[in-house]
Design a protein around this ligand. Structure first.
Ligand code: MN
Length: 129
């Protein structure tokens, strides 16, 4: 069974690129265009991985990460921030909000799949935060 990735992102070009890169390698990709839709889809689908934009309308990615982490059903699901914020403080904020890592924008098609596979291969431990 193919692994399912939920991508919460409001930018159509990024949605298109990520879908292209992942579907080509057999992943299922589900899009959510804002945080609320992402939270609802994550609860319904319990995806294998969540990719999370930080700059989202209405509710930012940090708030989305905190909400996802409040759902015990998602305890084993890694959340990876996908962010153009280059400053380390923003990465730390993403980690503090419950993300397990981050991937930089612009997305690099040559390394993106490896980054996704790395995060999929990292089992989440209970009660680490
Ligand atoms: Mn965005």
């Amino acid at each position: 069974m193919s692994q399912r990735v939920l991508y919460i992102e409001d930018n159509e070009q990024n949605l298109y690129l990520v879908r292209f890169l992942l579907e080509r390698h057999g992943y299922q990709v589900v899009d959510a265009l804002d945080g609320q839709a992402g939270i609802e889809l994550a609860a319904a689908l319990v995806p294998d991985l969540v990719l999370l934009d930080i700059q989202l309308p209405r509710m930012d990615g940090y708030a989305v990460a905190r909400k996802l982490r409040a759902n015990a059903a998602l305890e084993q699901t890694p959340i990876v921030a996908v962010t153009s914020y280059a400053m380390s403080g923003d990465r730390e904020k993403a980690l503090a909000a419950g993300c397990d890592g981050y991937i930089d924008k612009p997305i690099n098609p040559d390394t993106f799949l490896q980054q996704v596979e790395f995060h999929l291969s990292q089992p989440r431990k209970k009660n680490v935060r």
